[in-house]
Design a protein around this ligand. Structure first.
Ligand code: ADP
Length: 182
């Protein structure tokens, strides 16, 4: 099963993605984690991504698409995967589709986590990651609205989208997500 977890920053994609991945026994692939790891290791990718991440902008499509082409070609992805943080733009979604078509695969379901704006800001400021400073948080929310939210419609039109309420206890949200896969 190939899944996409969609949602604004702070919606719990990371937390829920890990839980769902474990439950479904498929790798959870987080572009945010890949980029933070690259940053920590000061790799070429990390150096390229650093400035964008620090100001809450998206890393350029061609960079992230290259990363994902490589990652999804690895052996552990052959039995399916859950994507967290990718695609984040329509161009990325189109590139993903092209990649999948080439290997005779497809996206099975897109789960969209919905959380109120107020709660998003509280969660992010509360977790205190380097890019969770208030100004950067506002910027990331704006980038989400402008560049990522159009994917909700994109996948709705393809008949792949399920909207899941992302507020409440972590375990409950996980069961809602699992239920929406049935
Ligand atoms: P969040 O969803 O909370 O914003 P992530 O860990 O998914 O956090 O992403 C952190 C940062 O990494 C983003 O603000 C962006 O700069 C970069 N990033 C992650 N995924 C992508 C992507 N698919 N395309 C472009 N940039 C990305």
């Amino acid at each position: 099963m190939n899944l996409i977890l969609l949602g604004p920053p702070g919606s719990g994609k990371g937390t829920q993605g890990k839980r769902l991945g474990e439950f479904l026994k498929i790798p959870q692939i987080s572009t945010g984690d890949i980029l933070r790891q690259a940053l920590e290791n000061k790799t070429a990718l990390g150096l390229k991504a650093k400035g964008y991440m620090e100001r809450g902008a998206l890393v350029p499509d061609e960079v992230i698409i290259g990363v994902m082409e490589e990652r999804l070609g690895q052996a552990d992805c052959s039995g399916g995967y859950l994507l967290d943080g990718f695609p984040r733009t329509v161009a990325q979604a189109e590139a993903l589709e092209a990649m999948l078509t080439r290997s005779d695969c497809k996206i099975d379901r897109v789960l969209s986590l919905v959380v109120s704006q107020q709660e998003l800001i509280q969660r992010m400021v509360g977790r205190g990651r380097a890019d969770d400073k208030e100004e950067v948080v506002q910027q990331r929310l704006k980038v989400y609205e402008d560049q990522t939210a159009p994917l909700v419609d994109y996948y709705l039109k393809k008949g792949l989208l399920k909207v899941v309420e992302g507020m409440g206890p972590v375990e409950e949200i996980t069961s809602r997500l699992l239920k929406s896969l049935r």
